[in-house]
Design a protein around this ligand. Structure first.
Ligand code: NAD
Ligand code: GLY
Length: 369
């Protein structure tokens, strides 16, 4: 596969199906948006970091196709994934007199994408939106599949909607300006796809880790495409997470507790997921599912990628209870019974509960690594 080639992955959801286009030098080309409906205005939603880098180029690409092109820059950071920021989008839409034919363009990482998607789901009861993801994490995961949300002080992504974009434009060229720490955080969600669905992919990541970290264009193109294919396969079968889709949350039950417990933005989402995968793998082994060889292999890869494997202490006194308290708020929990995504046979995941004493052991062990 040559990185210059246009790759298309389709999310197959009947009348809500859409394409993910993957290539370099694409987001600022009007041809990338030609097949979309162009009946009204466009609103670019971005943030104060990505906007100055890329918004003017997207604006140029859209201006010939839409009646008007507006833009709004939100404050940058997970701690701003809030009602207040969401309201800034509604304010801008209303102030510009945007009607229900307006298309929103989410230009940025997962935070901008999740908030723009949620705004699109709500504004005038639903307007179309396009994802233009500019982080590795957003290209391999958050821009695809229609989960949109904001955080609540008590829990991560607690307020949101399932709402699919009409297209995803993954321009690999935008990754050139991404800080290395963010690239590495995105790699956590790439690694995730191995244990839950494709161990050959995990082996490929292990073998090509240096190239990925050095941003070899062909390596990046491959991991984005393969991740999108796996996510498309899962979402195509279970859009609203009534079953299978939960496997995409491997590492997230512990990870979300880390993010909420430390305060949003203290650890990056991908860092928390990486550490959460180590914890979930350990829990899998304690339950007699995955073996120690798998746990060590995954832990080694996560560490070699530059991601954290040692869990943070969320509270000095009775730290495990604080983790449990936060995890009981997880969206998968059933009447306070925490459901974990665990690795059974590497390459396949199961969702189940675990004895509290065992979970406490894992938390203590991972905080002491
Ligand atoms: P992010 O959106 O905060 O972006 C990371 C940082 O990189 C930000 O400071 C951003 O301004 C900056 N940035 C973005 N693109 C850049 C570029 N090309 N060059 C320079 N800087 C750039 O974080 P993220 O990791 O992209 O996304 C994390 C969010 O995604 C979390 O809120 C998480 O809950 C969500 N998420 C959602 C889903 C889903 O299915 N909807 C899946 C995974 C994660
Ligand atoms: N990132 C989890 C999901 O899309 O379901």
């Amino acid at each position: 596969m040559k990185y210059q080639d246009l790759q298309i992955v389709t999310i197959d959801l009947a009348d809500r199906s859409y394409h993910i286009a993957i290539r370099s030098s694409m987001f600022d080309n009007s041809l990338s948006y030609l097949e979309l409906p162009h009946t009204g205005a466009a609103m670019i939603v971005t943030n104060t970091t990505v906007g100055p880098l890329y918004a003017h180029r997207l604006h140029k690409a859209l201006v010939s196709q839409y009646e008007k092109v507006h833009a709004i820059e939100l404050p940058d950071g997970e701690e701003f994934k809030t009602w207040q920021s969401l309201n800034l989008i509604f304010d801008a839409l209303l102030l510009h007199g945007c009607d229900r034919n307006t298309t929103l363009f989410a230009l940025g990482g997962g935070v901008v994408g999740d908030m723009t998607g949620f705004a699109a789901a709500c504004y005038m009861r639903g307007v179309p939106f396009v994802q233009v993801p500019t982080t590795l994490l957003a290209q391999v995961d958050s821009s695809v599949g229609g989960k949109t949300a904001i955080n609540h002080p008590l829990g991560k992504n607690m307020i949101g909607a399932f709402y699919q974009p009409i297209k995803v434009v993954c321009d690999l060229g935008t990754l050139k300006t991404l800080p290395q720490k963010e690239l590495i955080a995105g790699l956590a969600e790439v690694i995730k796809y191995g244990p839950i669905a494709d161990m050959e992919f995990l082996a490929w990541i292990e073998a090509n880790l240096d190239a990925i970290l050095a941003r070899d264009p062909t390596a990046l193109a491959y991991i984005v495409k393969r991740s999108c294919e796996i996510k498309a396969w899962v979402v195509g079968q279970d859009e609203r997470e009534s079953g299978l889709r939960a496997i995409l949350n491997f590492g997230h039950t512990f990870g979300h507790a880390i993010e909420a417990g430390l305060g949003f933005g203290v650890w990056l989402h991908g860092e928390a997921v990486a550490c959460g995968m180590v914890m979930a793998a350990q829990l899998s082994a304690r339950l007699g599912l995955a073996d120690a060889f798998f746990v060590n292999r995954l832990t080694h890869l996560i560490q070699k990628a530059g991601l954290p494997i040692k869990a943070p202490v969320l509270q000095q006194e009775d730290n495990a209870s604080r983790y449990l308290e936060l995890m009981r708020l997880d969206k998968k929990a059933k009447a306070g019974d925490i459901q974990f995504v665990l690795i059974d046979k590497p390459g396949s995941a199961v969702v189940r509960n675990a004895p509290e004493a065992m979970v406490r052991h894992v938390i203590d062990a991972c905080c002491a690594l």
